[in-house]
Design a protein around this ligand. Structure first.
Ligand code: DX5
Ligand code: ZN
Length: 222
């Protein structure tokens, strides 16, 4: 998969016109699907049925971001609903052993395994576990809501990941989520991100496909 990859978050889409909105971003690489349970994060979004509807409406890989408690109970359901990649939060599992075990279960079920990490959680304990994961999703806002301001301090986490992935010669993808727009995407790309989630920057635009193209070009130039 050639970087940079753009993964629009449908959290910012108009759900009354979901099919049209997905067609409008036919130049995107992946589709980012934000699952919120009202417990792990203080907001509720949608679940497996909408995920399956998205799957039926697009031929893009689905990047399913589980912002939920007890993710192990749900991974099979979301893979059956069409998740290409299942991203769970390290804060939602007991410890590193449980996280690696869950990654193995996800891979055994035929999906790509990823973890996500909240702004206040240190990345260091995870750097020697990266070979168990196809992807890491760095949160550059507090998870729960679209439209928040990018936290530049999270780029230190991206740089630590980049250095570690390159040193270990892994192909783990670094993805970033939150506040990515035409101002911030170049910073994230320069720090070493391969894939960029963008909600508001794509769906609040009059021309979502052009927004995807512009974001990709800005990331590629960095
Ligand atoms: C936040 C979600 C994001 C969100 C990004 O909890 O994980 O994927 O939709 O939205 P923007 O791009 O508007 O910050
Ligand atoms: Zn997300």
């Amino acid at each position: 998969m050639p970087a940079p990859l753009i993964s629009p978050s449908i959290l910012a889409a108009d759900f009354a016109r979901l099919g049209e909105q997905l067609e409008a971003i036919s130049n995107a690489d992946w589709i980012h699907v934000d699952i919120m349970d009202g417990h792990f994060v203080p907001n509720l979004s949608f679940g497996p049925d909408i995920t399956a509807t998205v799957k039926r409406s697009t031929d893009k890989p689905l990047d399913v971001h589980l912002m939920i408690e007890e993710p192990a109970k749900w991974v099979k359901t979301y893979i059956e609903a069409g998740a290409t990649t299942v991203i769970f939060h390290v804060e939602a599992v007991d410890d590193e052993v449980a996280a690696v075990d869950l990654a193995r279960q996800i891979r055994d079920l035929g999906a790509r395994a990823a973890f996500s990490i909240k702004p206040d959680t240190p990345i260091e304990p995870w750097l020697d576990k990266l070979h168990h994961f196809d992807e890491v999703l760095v949160m550059s806002v507090e998870p729960g809501f679209g439209g928040q301001k990018f936290m530049p301090a999270m780029l230190d986490k991206v740089r630590a990941l980049r250095e570690s992935i390159d040193r270990q010669n892994l192909d783990t993808i670094i993805e970033i989520d939150g506040g990515i727009d035409t101002e911030t995407i170049a910073l994230a790309a320069a720090a070493g991100c391969d894939c960029f989630v963008a909600g508001s920057a794509v769906f609040n635009s009059d021309d979502p496909a052009q927004a995807v193209e512009q974001l990709r070009a800005l990331a590629a130039r960095s």
